[in-house]
Design a protein around this ligand. Structure first.
Ligand code: NAG
Ligand code: NAG
Ligand code: NAG
Ligand code: NAG
Length: 328
C-alpha cells in the first residue's frame, strides 16, 4: 500500500540549476510496521529528533540508537492492540500524535494529539500527560499543528474542525469551524485565539514571539495573528498565494518558515515546500522542493530544516526523509 515518493525534483537557486536529488536523499526507515511520522521536533542538543507515529507513540531518533520508543500517548499505546495500527481505527484508545514541538528552555515536549487533545511529556519521556481536551466545556477535536512560543513558552495549536465526522466520510466543504488555541503554562489555561478557520492545519510562532501564523488548508491562505506590538490581538493575511498550505515550521532562530502545500489531482497530488520570510513572501534564497507522488497515498506532512538538511515527515509513510541541502 505504502509507496515511496516517486519523483522528486529539488530546485535550488543557489545550486544554479535543477538537480537530480537521488544523491541527496536518504530514508530513515521506521522500525517494524510502524508508520506515519507526521511531525518532527529536533532535540535541543542537535543530536536527534522526535516524531509521532500511528498507534500513539512518539519515537526518538539518534544516529547511535536509531528509532526507540520515547512516549506513549495512553497506557494502551504500549500494547500490541495499538502496535502497527494505521488510520482512524482505535484512534481514541491509542492516540495519534499530530503536531509536536519542544519548549527548548524546559525540555518539555508538547503534543497535539488528533484524537486525545493537548498533552505534555517531560524530558524523560514515558506516558504523556493530558493538559486539556476541552475548553469551557466544549471538546477540542481533530488537533493538527502545534508550536511553542520560544520567548514565553506559550503553546499554540490548531483544530482542523470542531465537528466530528464518521470515519472515511468526506468533510463537508462548508464546515468552517477550525480553531487556533493557546495554552499558557504559567496559568494552565487554554483559550481560543481565532475561530471560524477553514481547516486550520499548521501553526508557527515567529522567533521573537511577535506573531503566530496559521494555515487554512481549504481557505488557501496563511493568516498572521499579532501577539505583540501595536497590532496585538488582530489578524491579517500573511500569504494568499500558496494553494492548500498545510504545515508551517519556523527555521530555528531565523524569521523564516518552511511551508508545505498540496494540490490534489484525480491522478495524484503535487506537493511543494517553500520558504517564506517574515513578510510572507517567498524567500529569495529560495530552496523550493516539489514533490510529485503518483499514488498520492504517502503525502508529505511537514518539512523543517536542521543541520543543513531538510527533514520530511509523511502522513502514512514508513520513513522520515532527509535531503541534504545545497549550500554555497
Ligand atoms: C550534521 O551534518 C554533518 C555534515 O553533513 C554530519 O556529519 C552530522 O552527522 C550531522 N549531525 C547530525 C546530528 O545529524
Ligand atoms: C525547525 O528546525 C529548527 C532547527 O533548524 C528548530 O530550531 C525549530 O524549533 C524547528 N521547528 C519546530 C517547530 O520544531
Ligand atoms: C507535478 O510535478 C511534476 C514534477 O515537478 C510535473 O512534472 C507535473 O507536470 C506536475 N503535475 C501537475 C498536474 O501539475
Ligand atoms: C520581531 O521581528 C520582526 C521581524 O520579523 C520585527 O519587525 C519586530 O520589530 C520584532 N519585534 C520585537 C518585539 O522585537
Amino acid at each position: 500500500m505504502i509507496s515511496s515518493l516517486s519523483t522528486i525534483s529539488l530546485l535550488l537557486s543557489l545550486c544554479s540549476a535543477v538537480i537530480s536529488v537521488d544523491a541527496f536523499f536518504q530514508k530513515l526507515l521506521l522500525p517494524g510496521d510502524v508508520s506515519g511520522p507526521r511531525s518532527i521536533a529536533f532535540d535541543s542538543t542537535g543530536k536527534g529528533f522526535y516524531t509521532g507515529v500511528y498507534g500513539g507513540k512518539i519515537l526518538k531518533y539518534t544516529p547511535e540508537t536509531g528509532f526507540v520508543d520515547f512516549v506513549y500517548m495512553t497506557t494502551l499505546s504500549k500494547s500490541s492492540l495499538c502496535h502497527g495500527i494505521v488510520g482512524p481505527l482505535l484512534l481514541g484508545f491509542c492516540g495519534r500524535p499530530a503536531g509536536i514541538a519542544l519548549n527548548e528552555k524546559t525540555g518539555d515536549l508538547y503534543v497535539a494529539d488528533a484524537a486525545l487533545g493537548l498533552h505534555v511529556v517531560s524530558p524523560a519521556g514515558g506516558l504523556a500527560v493530558k493538559i486539556a481536551d476541552s475548553v469551557d466545556g466544549k471538546p477540542i477535536k481533530n488537533l493538527d499543528g502545534l508550536d511553542v512560543d520560544p520567548t514565553t513558552g506559550v503553546v499554540y495549536f490548531t483544530s482542523l474542525t470542531s465537528n466530528s465526522y464518521p470515519v472515511n466520510r468526506d468533510w463537508p466543504l462548508e464546515d468552517v469551524t477550525g480553531t487556533l488555541y493557546k495554552y499558557d503554562p504559567s496559568t494552565k489555561v487554554v483559550t481560543i485565539v481565532m475561530e471560524g478557520l477553514f481547516r486550520s492545519t499548521g501553526c508557527a510562532v515567529s522567533s521573537n514571539g511577535s506573531f503566530v501564523l496559521v494555515s487554512q488548508l481549504a481557505g488557501h491562505d496563511i493568516k498572521r495573528y499579532w501577539i505583540k506590538g501595536p497590532k496585538a490581538g488582530s489578524s491579517e493575511d500573511f500569504n494568499i498565494l500558496i494553494n492548500s498550505p498545510e504545515s508551517i515550521r519556523r527555521i530555528g532562530s531565523t524569521e523564516k518558515f518552511w511551508v508545505v502545500s498540496a494540490m490534489s489531482y484525480s491522478y495524484g497530488v503535487n506537493q511543494s515546500a517553500v520558504v517564506l520570510d517574515s513578510n510572507g513572501r517567498e524567500s529569495r534564497d529560495l530552496q523550493g522542493v516539489s514533490i510529485w507522488e503518483e499514488n498520492g497515498d504517502n503525502l508529505v506532512s511537514e518539512v523543517n530544516e536542521s543541520n543543513g538538511s531538510l527533514y520530511i515527515g509523511t502522513f502514512t509513510g514508513n520513513y522520515v526523509g532527509i535531503y541534504k541541502l545545497c549550500k554555497p
